[in-house]
Design a protein around this ligand. Structure first.
Ligand code: NAI
Length: 258
């Protein structure tokens, strides 16, 4: 079978957390374009429904599932709803995340916990739910977690210690799950994007003024677009990446090289 054929996701069933907008929406769209049916999992159900409608326009099944990824009861209900609608789960993107930019000396413990809860706890709960379902099915699967280049470098000038720590945690969690589930054919990888133009960056009052500075620090001189993460998402989701597990894939325009 040729490589383009092996990139296809026909008949596969997927979920994407934080899939309503930004990077998650772009990944969900790519999975649907490649042939998968996709559940859009998000706190913002209205935006999730709108994204699901757009995916249906591509000729795929798509559902929107309102879930707070930090709530184990909601995550279990999410998994049950997805399996109820799609019959199985092959692909999971644990992508929902937030950033709070506060100096470490001023950060409240509540602010610290919020970021760690969503970015690391939420990835654990949703990857665990996906892994349990895949183990039950007995024919493997692919789980992809969204880490960040912040797992590898300390972003400047904005302070974001909880975010950086949470993303480093995602990379090591990914490796741990990959090793635990390798024998069962469940592959677990992470992607580590550099600065990408989304709500998180473009519409944040504290981050938007920093974009010119970030661009000056980047070898390619610009931020990335969400669509520039689509090919790696499709590659990691499907059988073309059958030997890739426990990997972290940095897509950052060379930002972490210098
Ligand atoms: P975004 O803010 O545009 O989208 C995040 C989505 O996650 C939203 O739809 C939001 O409703 C949802 N969400 C937030 N908390 C949730 C929760 N508790 N439960 C369920 N859904 C929740 O952000 P963006 O930029 O698309 O980021 C997606 C992921 O990519 C995050 O993990 C982020 O840390 C990561 N990332 C983003 C980069 C960037 O420059 N934009 C760079 C590297 C990583």
């Amino acid at each position: 079978m040729g490589i383009l054929e092996r990139m296809k996701l026909d008949g596969k069933k997927a979920f994407v957390t934080g899939g309503a907008r930004g990077i998650g929406k772009s990944i969900a769209t790519a999975l649907a374009e490649a042939g998968a049916d996709v559940a859009i999992v998000d706190l913002d159900i209205e935006e999730a429904k709108q994204t699901a409608e757009e995916l249906k326009g591509l000729g795929r099944q798509a559902i929107a599932v309102k879930t707070d990824v930090t709530n184990p009861v909601e995550v279990n209900a999410m998994m049950a709803e997805i399996v109820g609608s799609f019959g199985k789960l092959d692909i999971a993107f644990c992508n929902a995340g937030i950033c709070i930019n506060v100096p470490a000396s001023e950060m409240t413990y509540e602010q610290w916990k919020k970021v760690i809860d969503i970015n690391l706890g939420g990835v654990f709960l949703t990857a665990q739910a996906a892994g349990k379902q895949m183990l039950k099915q007995g024919h493997g699967g692919s789980i992809v977690n969204t880490a960040s280049m912040s797992a590898h470098i300390v972003n400047t000038p904005q302070p974001q210690c909880s975010y950086n720590a949470s993303k480093a945690g995602v990379v090591q969690l990914t490796k741990s799950l990959a090793v635990e589930w390798a024998e069962q054919g469940i592959r677990v990888n992470s992607i580590s994007p550099g600065y990408i133009g989304t709500e998180l960056t473009l519409n944040s009052p504290s981050l938007k003024p920093l974009i010119e500075q970030w661009n000056a620090m980047s070898p390619v001189g610009r931020m990335g677009r969400p669509d520039e993460l689509q090919a790696i998402a499709v590659y990691l989701a499907g059988d073309a990446s059958s030997f890739a597990t426990g990997g972290d894939f940095i897509i950052d325009g060379g930002f972490t090289c210098i």
